[in-house]
Design a protein around this ligand. Structure first.
Ligand code: FPP
Length: 264
């Protein structure tokens, strides 16, 4: 089958509407073979977005939640397979208690509003992070969504919640060390894949594209191992304003880049 045939088959399998296909044809939305399979996003700038509008920071987070819905749909529409969103880092506990409490309620609010539609759209919800310290109501909401979407086969919507990459790697190293000490594995034979299996993202492909909003140019302890060969795309736009078109711009730029993985 030629490239066009394969593309058409993929489009049909994903149930695109005529309108979607027309927008892909005209280039309004990105399409083609090299759509990034895994897009990871550091959703930054909620606080500044709110401040510029004279609103409390939590209003920025609430508006950020709406962007989560928008971007999940947009990512799904262009055929992204995994969307990982950095919703709460292990460092975010340092924020004022009222803000942390608000952030911990957002997954519940989001899922109570959106789970039905996520299920309808065949989305699988996953969570990547340390369950310790997360309030029961947060864990319960996320686990319920994970359970109810476990058999879905479409976009994986992976929330990084209470996630920190150094901690994740340290835990993987400890687990391998325990197995070596117990004589179950030979340290000299540990492969990258063995280490990867013990990361919280185990089983997911590494991100192809990392997006960070709000003009900050750093990784902030996010997927340090997994992003080793990812393409990075930064924008000044604050997360609550991040639109479908911004995502499509990032993906188009990704499609223009040649990934060489250290080769020529
Ligand atoms: C960073 O902006 C953002 C966060 C720490 C929280 C991100 C959470 C959301 C976007 C909502 C998540 C929604 C669900 C459904 C889990 P910031 O507060 O650091 O912004 P600032 O740098 O401008 O202060």
């Amino acid at each position: 089958m030629g490239l066009f045939g394969k593309w058409l088959r993929k489009l049909r399998a994903r149930d695109y509407t005529k309108n979607d296909i027309e927008q892909m044809r005209t280039g309004e939305v990105p399409s083609g073979e090299n759509i990034p399979k895994h897009v990871a996003i550091i959703m930054d700038g909620n606080g500044r977005w709110a401040k510029e509008r004279g609103l409390p920071r939590i209003a920025g987070h609430h508006s950020g939640m709406k962007a989560v819905k928008r971007i999940t749909k947009a990512a799904d529409r262009i055929g992204v397979e995994v969307l990982t969103l950095y919703a709460f880092s292990t460092e975010n506990w340092k924020r004022p208690k009222a803000e942390v409490d608000f952030l911990m309620k957002l997954p519940q609010e989001f899922l109570s509003l959106e789970l039905g539609e996520l299920i309808e759209n065949n989305v699988q919800v996953k969570m990547m992070g340390n369950r310790n310290l997360l309030p029961d109501h947060t864990i319960a909401a996320v686990e319920d969504a994970v359970r109810q979407t476990a058999h879905n086969t479409g976009l994986i919507l992976n929330f990084a919640l209470n996630y920190g990459s150094r901690h994740e790697m340290l835990e993987a190293a400890k687990e391998l060390a325990r197995q070596a000490a117990a004589g179950k594995i030979n340290p000299d034979e540990i492969e990258e894949e063995d280490f990867e299996r013990h990361l919280l993202s185990g089983g997911l492909p590494n991100p192809d594209l990392l997006i960070r909003t709000s003009g900050e140019l750093r990784l902030s302890n996010f997927m340090l191992w997994q992003l080793a060969y990812s393409e990075f795309w930064f924008t000044e736009v604050y997360w609550p304003e991040f639109s479908d078109q911004h995502l499509y711009d990032a993906v188009r730029e990704y499609q223009r880049r040649a990934r060489r993985y250290g080769g020529l």
